[in-house]
Design a protein around this ligand. Structure first.
Ligand SMILES: NC(=O)c1ccc[n+]([C@@H]2O[C@H](COP(=O)([O-])OP(=O)(O)OC[C@H]3O[C@@H](n4cnc5c(N)ncnc54)[C@H](OP(=O)(O)O)[C@@H]3O)[C@@H](O)[C@H]2O)c1
Length: 403
């Protein structure tokens, strides 16, 4: 029997405890031995919790217990969780987590410590919640040169956009509803500003391309400025607006990673991933395009990934999983504004000004509520080139287009 500890008993911690206890028998068969939750760490007393007898409030009890082989960190953030995860690894315990903030920021260091100590630092649940995505990238697609990864990486913003597209709600109405349903935090900044998706695309870029892309190198644009008229222009064109995280190879030793709202063609499978679901496309030179789809958050879906990581550590205790990446050189991460795309532009400029700057632009009929302006689709150009051409113009919105 292997003994584990769960740090934190919030949404993911409680889900992980539930999965490990409810599915104990099937897990024991797959892991090759029973897995017992010996401790659960939290701050508040929880006398009524079904596993109240395992609850402790002192981390030292866990890190100092040689019986604990695997720790599931479900605290979140990159302060206490960083200290605890690092100390557990240094104490020779494997650590698993769904903490994307921590992995994006400190993953390279923590995977290196795990490597040195001959233990595992696994984080399948940190991207895409319950969707298997990191293992497929590093194992099943290991023979490929990966060229791009692109996806809907945040369920909250996808829910808000879906409500705006399907039900004609404004951003504020859809956000309020998401908060009432528990899909959005009271402070939704990390979701609606694209920060959460930025952390996830940073982790995907690390694993797909093998070198560090720090979260602060990921340019992020959120969804707060998306107007109902933008949604309508997209519809008229046969596109949807989706918040996409993308990472691409831009040269033999360079990549780019960014998060921004895109107009995506309705014929692209990612355009049809609605509500709180996540979906990720990975392109490899041998396999072509692969798609991963499923619940990107929630107690049990995320616990499914966290508990599977625990099982993986137990099943082959003497085999360290290869999951990690290397430092990058200055200039490795390039500016996404240099990537060529077609663009939707909304502007209050007159026709002659648009013609002079953009030549034969393809104009779109304005929907109701967006009179007194022009909207058009450009030829392929970088955002930097677009901004140069549109200098001095009254530009109201610009969206990158993905077919
Ligand atoms: N929620 C999701 O659907 C989801 C999906 C994917 C990934 N994640 C990630 O999973 C992680 C956990 O998220 P969550 O939603 O489960 O968080 P949560 O509900 O806020 O739970 C956090 C837990 O950590 C405990 N905790 C916080 N600080 C602590 C400390 N200093 N010492 C001991 N315990 C402490 C809290 O205990 P007390 O209540 O006693 O303070 C609480 O039980 C985050 O990194 C998140 O980004 C979440």
């Amino acid at each position: 029997m292997i003994k584990t500890a769960i740090l934190g008993i919030g949404t993911v911690g409680a889900g992980t405890a539930e999965v490990l206890t409810k599915n104990k028998d099937v897990i024991a068969r797959r892991a090759g031995q029973e897995i017992e939750v010996k401790y659960i760490l939290c701050r508040k007393p929880r006398p009524d919790h079904p596993l109240a007898d395992r609850i402790v409030h002192d981390f030292e009890v866990i890190v100092g217990d040689p019986e604990i082989a695997v720790v599931a960190e479900c605290i979140g953030g990159a302060t206490v969780a960083y200290e605890y995860d690092k100390r557990c690894l240094l104490a020779g315990k494997s650590v698993v987590t769904s903490n994307k903030e921590l992995v994006a920021k400190h993953g390279m260091e923590l995977t290196a410590i795990a490597r040195d100590k001959g233990v595992n630092f696994l984080f399948e649940g940190s991207v895409g919640g319950g969707i298997p995505i990191l293992r497929p990238i590093v194992q099943c697609l290991a023979a490929n040169e990966i060229t791009s990864v692109c996806g809907i990486l945040n369920g909250t913003t996808n829910y808000i956009l879906t409500e705006m597209i399907q039900c004609g709600k404004t951003f504020d109405q859809a956000l309020k509803e998401a908060q009432e349903k528990g899909y959005a935090e009271l402070d939704p900044t990390a979701d609606v500003e694209g920060i959460d998706a930025g952390r996830k695309i940073s982790i995907l870029a690390d694993l797909c391309f093998g070198k560090n892309v720090a979260p602060e190198e990921v340019k992020t644009v959120g969804i707060t400025a998306i107007a109902s008229a933008d949604i309508e222009y997209a519809r008229i064109l046969g596109y949807k607006i989706k918040l996409l995280g993308r990472a691409l190879r831009t040269g033999p030793n360079s990549v780019t990673a960014f998060v921004e709202p895109h107009l995506i063609s309705k014929s692209n499978p990612i355009a049809n991933i609605d509500g709180v679901m996540n979906g990720i496309s990975v392109k490899g030179d041998a396999v072509g395009e692969t798609m991963f789809f499923g619940p990107g958050a929630g107690a049990l879906p995320t616990a499914s990934a966290v508990a599977a990581d625990v099982i993986d550590c137990v099943r082959e205790p003497n085999t360290r999983k290869y999951l990690g990446w290397w430092p990058s050189e200055p200039g490795y991460v390039t500016d996404p504004d240099l990537i060529s795309s077609r663009w939707l532009v909304r502007t209050g400029a007159d026709l002659s000004g648009i013609g002079a700057a953009f030549g034969n632009a393809r104009f779109i009929t304005a929907p109701a509520g967006a009179q007194g302006e022009y909207a058009f689709v450009t030829d392929y150009m970088s955002r930097a080139a677009l901004d140069r051409r549109a200098a001095g113009m009254d530009v109201r919105a610009v969206y990158r287009i993905l077919d």
